[in-house]
Ligand binder design. Structure first.
Ligand code: 5GP
Ligand code: MG
Ligand code: MG
Length: 188
């Protein structure tokens, strides 16, 4: 499957590469102002946040550290339950640090509210969240990201780190998948 075929599976582009970069630059400007004189420890949530982390960290254009966590969220099907297990913990000690959790999308908010509690118990100076996308359900949760790229409707999106069965993370744009992608493969 070549790159153009990957792009063809998108039925509707919500955000282009250019729009994403422009929005991240705006978020970076806000973050720079808020953390003036401080050095951020950016914590990316694997695997979806890889692209956002790479581009947001570079847009910040100042010293930052980057660390990563991988968590698995138990749930039925596509919905998380809030029961979270750490698959890969941070390498850094975050006590006294200004931590910025970087994520690509908040859906129910259950994973992130667990993560904020978990990191909050390690005596950081502060813990905030930056997410590129947020879905409506998250608005009802106590988790409040300080930096949000866009609020989007409740539909399944892929690209720019977001996967469908581990594919499409490497798309430059964000969009929804064409129905043929979900159609069962005919036998033979
Ligand atoms: P929640 O906020 O429900 O605890 O979980 C958020 C996680 O669910 C995201 O990090 C992402 O892995 C997955 N997720 C939620 N909505 C979408 C979506 O529209 N597309 C994709 N690809 N993943 C999603
Ligand atoms: Mg994520
Ligand atoms: Mg996924």
């Amino acid at each position: 499957m070549d790159a153009s075929q990957v792009e063809q599976d998108l039925v509707n582009v919500l955000f282009t590469e250019q729009q994403i970069q422009r929005r991240l630059a705006e978020m970076a400007e806000q973050i720079r102002a808020d953390y003036e004189g401080k050095e951020l420890l950016m914590v990316g949530v694997l695997r979806g946040a890889v692209m956002v982390m790479a581009d947001l960290a570079r847009a910040l254009d100042r010293h930052v550290e980057m660390d990563w966590m991988a968590v698995s969220s138990y749930g039925s099907g596509t919905k998380s339950s809030g029961v979270v297990r750490i698959l890969k913990d941070l390498d850094s000690d975050i006590s006294g640090r200004d931590v910025l959790i970087v994520d690509e999308i908040i859906d129910t908010g259950l994973t992130l509210s667990w993560l904020v509690n978990n990191l909050g118990s390690r005596n950081p100076a502060s813990v905030e969240i930056a997410t590129l996308l947020r879905k409506p359900e998250a608005l009802a949760m106590p988790v409040e990201p300080k930096y949000v790229g866009w609020d989007i409707p409740n539909e399944f999106v892929v690209g720019y780190g977001l996967d469908y069965r581990e594919r499409y993370r490497n798309l430059r744009d964000i969009g929804t998948l064409a129905p043929h992608v979900y159609a069962p493969v005919p036998p033979g």
